[in-house]
Design a protein. Structure first.
Ligand SMILES: Nc1ncnc2c1ncn2[C@@H]1O[C@H](COP(=O)(O)OP(=O)(O)O)[C@@H](O)[C@H]1O
Ligand SMILES: Nc1ncnc2c1ncn2[C@@H]1O[C@H](COP(=O)(O)OP(=O)(O)O)[C@@H](O)[C@H]1O
Ligand SMILES: [Mg+2]
Ligand SMILES: [Mg+2]
Ligand SMILES: [Mg+2]
Ligand SMILES: [Mg+2]
Lengths: 211, 333, 333, 211
């Protein structure tokens, strides 16, 4: 089974639910090393995505992601808005007008998303940002898709989600070099990056939607 | 959390609406998306000046919209940079054909959102230049970090670049003077208490009764380090010393000394800080030629202050003195 | 208590000294006894205007010394009215022969000390008139009490009487316009948190996390009653209703709406209060012809606000609009 | 033994000591029904009195009280400054140029002080002000001095101090009608008036100085 537009809508719906459920947790993660707004920003953004999805139901997975990109770009603000906006926009482009996404295209889309974040934010792995969730996620997804790219999409998404979660945890001991946490220098050590956590939540939602 | 607010999610909308009602003679306020435009914009032949950023720093930026300063301000959610769909219409609204300068405080979010808006505006045929403000000496400046934040110096960049635009300078000239102000200005701040972001509901950090945070920014983010409480003169020295040495101010220099309140500190205390800073500068043979004392770039109800020093030259002084007529800064008109 | 101060007993002296350094172009500051005088005083032929009171309300009164407003301000200890030995030299310094008006907030201490100073000045041949400000509707007005306090209305009296003096009105005329402003102005305040007087070191009153004080003054004194926390619109109504009904504002009236911060409340919240107050007044058919929003008469770092409404006539409006050039209020110059 | 200039200086010295010792107590009394400054004001004022006494030692009791009046007037501010200033000034006038004060003159001086406070402040007994200490003090002093006014000055001062102390206590249940406490209306009930307490301290100092 490939991933169709219904999967995409379920993914975004589950993402919105995750942002609402984890709003306070993401704010709390952003407090010691940031400005206490990440959960509020993501929740506001994904609530707007839900409104847009209801207003104009998309016809393809790519359309769903493009709508998400534009909405996050215009409703989230901060660092996360443009970064997630770019990620969803690039992923959308990678999907073209396919009605059903196979594992190979899925991996390409995830990679495009990650590359978009890196292109905008200039962060490298180890800088304690959402990149530290996305890069291992892309690698795990590629491995799960197999050399021929013909793996099971659910397995691919599960691998991505798990790797992203581990990636988020891996930010704990890092010294931040990008984003607001970098202002803290040494004091950023010992805290988890909120954007890496929200990234893992979004990828976990993608896997859940493919069950 | 006790605040004079209604719904925490409506704070910015309602505040901006009230601002528009109170200053209807000077500004026009647009809602959804939010932006604030100088009443008579676009001014024919004049370069447009747009700034913006997260809310919670009032009077920055909306309070500086008017004659001789900004043409538009774009308020984001509290402590969250605004989005391109706000910045773009603000940019278009103030473009008279002479182009638009974006004054952007150096935060990842602000930079990315203004960058996107500038691209979109350029795609619509508007020439855009960006002046990046990064005056906070509390933060390490390096190619491998997000770099220094924009704080108190922003107010001075907006005033001086605004005066240059008002006198008819070209797009490049306005951007150049903005950059020149930024190169000659440094700031550093201290928090005695934390602020509480309305949607978060709890203080941004915890300070003991006898602790203060040195090197804080304006978003309720923690500072560089925490020290036991000191008296005003001691704190002033801790802020002024790195500012002066990073800027390389020397005997014979003329400076503008700006003591800024973070929102919850009484004006009387700011003057105690000003007194010490002025004495120390005088002791170094530096002339305080201009001064500004008050709440100009705040962090909600945070108690504390920042000290900003701008090394002046003749042109900057002249532009600082030029008439300005905005809700929060006004002279000569 | 965390404050940007050195010795708690030197707070006023050092703050006033810093104020003098920052505004040396506008004022001359005298120490021991403390008073602040307009740079070019006495202005030939002009009635002199002197106000003063306890410190801790900055920018009141020192911030209003300058062209078109006060000729001198006399700062007492924190929340303690000044003494005749300060008020007298200030009065003499601004007397050009045209006489001097004392603007006095109605507190026992202020009244008694200004009374003595006026007697002493008169003994030295200076004609003195006193304008008493008592605009606080939170306090019962009765012959058998100390009467209503002077609060927010004081700023408006000082501006309008100052403009009358500047245009050359006689001693009696300046006093008369001051009285007229006082008769047409009412205020009421709320505290979300208490302030801490430096020499006392502990908050002036205790409020629970969900309580607010309605009807507070500007000296950290408790208010009339304590209620559970409400939203901004609800609090605004509680302040505005008694102001409007006591003043008897009616449809068709033109008013000045002044939302004042007590020192520790962000400007953004004041605009939320302003929004509601403006809406309510509009709903009653009252025209808000002028407005003022900000920290103009404070109570140290107290969080809260006051609402002041002044019923305008043509002359008061004209005098409000007249040029003013002081550290804290400036336009038309 | 009458009361000479040494007594006057001892009185003022003990008063200054009392204000320093009770500074915090007087601030604490002024907090719930005033503006937390009475102790600070009185302490500042009497420290200045001590400086003045050292600078220019007075020759008569009246001179000592006049110096006190002028110093309090110029250093205390608030309501208490002019009220105490007037009290000491009127008392000084009542003493004339006597080198030694007898009981009758003492009572006259205390009465003049009280009358001065009433003339300036317009408070009546029961308004919850320092008048509620001074009026019973004057009455008790007059009674102790006897009809001929030839009682013992120490006894007279002790009677005044005790009555003032009782008078201060009597302000507890009063509803304030003058001064800053009047703004509180009913909420002023149950608190002791700080000015009545400082008045009792000053009269107790007078008695102590006459021991
Ligand atoms: N340069 C960057 N590259 C990648 N991710 C970044 C960068 N800067 C910030 N981030 C991510 O953005 C998150 C913060 O988002 P948010 O709190 O919404 O924005 P802001 O920092 O503007 O308040 C961080 O936790 C981090 O994961
Ligand atoms: N009208 C008055 N008559 C007599 N005593 C008064 C009057 N008003 C105030 N007082 C006294 O002054 C005391 C307060 O003094 P203080 O706190 O120093 O001045 P303020 O009230 O100006 O802060 C009160 O406790 C009261 O005893
Ligand atoms: Mg954040
Ligand atoms: Mg933010
Ligand atoms: Mg007082
Ligand atoms: Mg008092």
């Amino acid at each position: 089974m490939g991933l169709d537009v219904n999967w995409a809508v379920r993914w975004l719906t589950r993402s919105a639910q995750a942002m609402a459920d984890h709003r306070v947790e993401l704010i709390d993660l952003d407090r010691p090393i940031g400005d206490s707004d990440h959960g509020e920003n993501m929740d506001r953004g994904f609530r707007a995505v839900m409104d847009k999805l209801a207003e104009s139901p998309p016809e393809t997975p790519a359309a769903a992601l493009k709508l998400t990109a534009m909405t996050l770009m215009s409703k989230v603000g901060g660092a996360a808005g443009p970064l997630y906006g770019t990620a969803f926009l690039r992923a959308s482009t990678a999907l073209g007008d396919l009605a059903d996404v196979d594992a190979a295209t899925l991996v390409a889309a995830l990679r495009a998303a990650r590359d978009g974040i890196v292109a905008r934010g200039k962060a490298e792995t180890g800088d304690k940002t959402m990149v530290d969730a996305w890069t291992p996620a892309v690698e795990a997804a590629a491995a799960a898709a197999g050399d021929g790219g013909d793996g099971d999409v659910h397995t691919v998404l599960l691998a991505a989600a798990e790797a992203a979660e581990a990636g988020a945890v891996s930010t704990d001991p890092m010294l931040a070099r990008k984003g607001r946490a970098s202002y803290l220098g040494e004091r950023s050590i010992g805290h988890r990056d909120p954007g890496a956590v929200s990234s893992a939540l979004i990828l976990r939602a993608a896997a859940g939607a493919a069950e | 959390m006790k605040k004079l607010i209604n719904d925490p999610r409506a704070v910015v909308d309602e505040s901006v609406e009230g601002f528009g009602l109170a200053h209807a003679d000077l500004v026009t306020v647009f809602a959804d998306p939010n932006y604030i435009v100088r009443k008579d914009a676009p001014v024919a032949g004049k370069v447009g000046l747009v700034s913006g950023g997260g809310s919670g720093h009032e009077p920055l930026h909306g309070g500086y919209v008017g004659v001789g300063m900004l043409d538009a301000a774009v308020p984001g959610a509290v402590f969250t940079s605004p989005t391109p769909d706000q910045i773009l219409p603000a940019t278009l609204a103030v473009n008279s054909g002479a182009g638009v300068v974006h004054i952007v405080k150096n935060y990842t979010g602000d930079v990315l959102n203004f960058e996107t808006a500038a691209e979109l505006a350029q795609a619509e045929g508007v020439e855009v230049r960006t002046v990046l403000v990064n005056d906070d000496v509390a933060v390490q400046d390096s190619l491998y970090t997000a770099g220094r934040r924009g704080v108190g110096g922003t107010v001075l960049v907006e005033k001086i670049a605004g005066a240059a635009a008002e006198r008819g300078d070209s797009l490049d000239a306005v951007a150049a003077i903005g950059d020149r102000v930024n190169q000659n200005v440094r700031s550093m701040g201290v928090a005695l208490t934390a602020c509480t972001v309305p949607h978060a509901g709890v203080p941004s950090f915890e300070l003991e009764e006898n602790e203060i945070e040195i090197g804080i920014g304006i978003h309720g983010e923690p500072g560089r380090h925490r020290i036991p409480m000191e008296n005003a003169d001691g704190i002033t020295d801790r802020l002024l010393d790195p500012v002066v040495s990073d800027l390389g101010v020397a005997s014979g220099d003329q400076v503008l000394l700006f003591v800024n309140g973070m929102g919850g500190t009484p004006l009387s205390e700011l003057y105690i800080v000003y007194r010490r800073a002025a004495q120390v500068l005088a002791g170094k043979g530096v002339t305080v030629a201009r001064s500004l004392v008050g709440n100009y770039i705040t962090s909600l109800e945070m108690q504390g202050c920042s000290i900003t020093v701008l090394r002046l030259d003749e042109e900057m002084t002249e532009l600082w003195d030029a008439p300005v007529h905005t809700p929060a800064l006004r002279w000569g008109v």
